[in-house]
Design a protein around this ligand. Structure first.
Ligand code: GDP
Ligand code: GDP
Length: 446
């Protein structure tokens, strides 16, 4: 796993409740980014957390291992890929329907693979212990964990059972981000993310090929590590291997298969993600998906539109519009227009990356935050909601990368989205933040 978050895949035939389970596992994070223009909601990969343990969860379509035609075949292919990328599989069956022939096929497939698997019987609300559970042992996958995805029962035990299958030493999580120390001499972890062929390898090789970029030795990193340390203009960086990119000796090469899991893992372990787009293709659905994952992760982001040399003025205008329409939720990260092949504009990206990092690691002292909050309220008070007028009292910083501002007061559940945006804009301006999301949380006292 190389310090990356473990991956849990939800597998099972259609209608057993996989999506319901997925939504329950990923819900808390999605709620933070609801209602942003352009953000695609139909995602099948998400971040989940149980206590201090975080993992990536994959929802797969209905699975018929032997499907040989049409959409089922495609779904089976995607499920197999998800299973291959997973560290542990959660095999979901329907407690009410009992074991079906299809369940037997899937179980046989999973047993053959020998991947750690947890058997879960969903829709088990209101069902007792007793003989009806015995039939699930026929699947040859050991104990069954009863859950109700719809009611949230048993989900914690299910996740514990899944994560316990992993050799995963507690506290040995090297993806944990630095939250203290001086941001000025820390190593900036950078992931370059983007679809195949947008120019990731071309860009990285253009960068790494420069003399000024001196590789340095980082204690504990081996030669073939997935992280490449280097120094630039007195700053230390680490480049994280991303989906579709593999290091081959001194250069990076594109690999054919694009892996959402690898992209997610790289995003999660980076401080800053450079999202690369291809000007000749416009902003595609897949670009918007990747951007959505970056936003979810809370990482700092720099957006670069590559192959700017290959498009005419008309295409440029279309592109600016589609950026607005599809990536509107990343407007804290103004796009850069570059050509990796002609080495145009790629130097300026370093400045943006540093700025995004410093914004993400900003320190916001409580007295300053509280003063800014009071000024914001004095300039424009939050509107009343029915009988309630929210009272915003003081604020403190609740985290870095992304920066989190926690606001304390009364009736804060009545603060509307527009007022939240107003506050965000004021804080952003005051701290000169660019390239990082900023989260505002309300802690109400009544
Ligand atoms: P998927 O096809 O496996 O992703 O299944 P869905 O998540 O779409 O769920 C299929 C149906 O089962 C939906 O109508 C859900 O509302 C229902 N369902 C999901 N979880 C539960 C549960 O825990 N209990 C009950 N009674 N129904 C559930
Ligand atoms: P990756 O899959 O994202 O690593 O993409 P590559 O770096 O392999 O680039 C894919 C193709 O796009 C190659 O044929 C590159 O030569 C080409 N390419 C990369 N950058 C540029 C650019 O700035 N302008 C143009 N016109 N082509 C580029």
């Amino acid at each position: 796993m190389s310090g990356f978050k473990p991956v849990v895949a939800l597998v099972g035939r259609p209608n057993v409740g996989k999506s319901t389970l997925f939504n329950r596992l990923t819900k808390s994070r999605d709620a933070l980014v609801a209602d942003l223009p352009g953000l695609t909601r139909d995602r099948h990969y998400g971040n989940a957390r149980l206590g201090r343990r975080e993992f990536i969860v994959i929802d797969t379509g209905g699975f018929e291992p032997d499907a040989d035609s049409g959409i089922y075949r495609e779904m089976a292919k995607q499920t197999r890929q998800a299973v291959a990328e997973a560290d542990v599989v959660v095999f979901v069956v329907d407690a009410r329907a009992g074991v079906t022939a299809q369940d037997h096929d899937i179980a046989a497939y999973l047993r053959r693979l020998g991947k750690p698997t947890v058997l879960v019987a969903n829709k088990a609300e209101g069902m007792r212990e007793g003989a009806q559970w015995a039939e699930f042992y026929e699947l040859g996958l050991g104990d069954v964990v009863p859950v109700s995805a719809a009611h949230g029962q048993g989900v914690r035990s299910m996740v514990e059972a899944a994560l316990d299958r992993l050799s995963w030493p507690d506290g040995a999580d090297d993806t944990e981000l630095q939250t203290e120390g001086d941001a000025a001499d820390a190593v900036i972890r950078l992931a370059v993310a983007g679809r195949p062929n947008v120019g990731k390898s071309t860009l990285i090789n253009a960068w790494l090929g420069e003399e000024r970029l001196v590789a340095f030795d980082l204690p504990g990193t081996t030669r073939d590590a997935i992280r490449v340390p280097f120094e630039r203009e007195g700053r230390r960086f680490e480049l994280i291997d991303t989906a579709g990119l593999r290091r081959k000796g001194r250069v990076f090469e594109a690999v054919e298969k694009f892996s959402v899991v690898k992209t997610l893992q790289a995003i999660e372990s980076a401080h800053v993600v450079l999202l690369l787009l291809d000007a000749t293709q416009g902003v595609t659905e897949q670009d918007a998906h990747i951007a959505g994952y970056i936003l979810d992760s809370g990482r700092a982001v720099v957006v670069a539109v590559n192959k700017w040399d290959a498009v005419d003025e008309y295409q440029r205008e279309l592109l600016r519009r589609s950026l607005e329409a599809r990536l509107g939720f990343l407007k804290f990260a103004p796009p850069h227009f570059v050509s990796a092949r002609k080495r145009q504009g790629i130097q300026g990206l370093w400045k943006a990356i540093r700025r995004a990092y410093e914004s993400a690691m900003v320190k916001m002292p409580t007295p300053v935050l509280t003063r800014l909050l009071q000024e914001a309220v004095a300039f424009q008070a939050p509107p009343k909601a029915g009988m309630f007028r929210p009272k915003l009292r003081y604020a403190h910083q609740g985290g870095q990368n992304p920066p989190v501002i926690v606001i304390h007061g009364n009736s804060l559940e009545h603060v509307g989205a527009a007022y939240r945006r107003y506050l965000e804009a004021r804080f952003r301006k005051a701290f000169d933040l660019e390239g990082t999301p900023l989260r505002i949380e309300f802690k109400t006292q009544d």
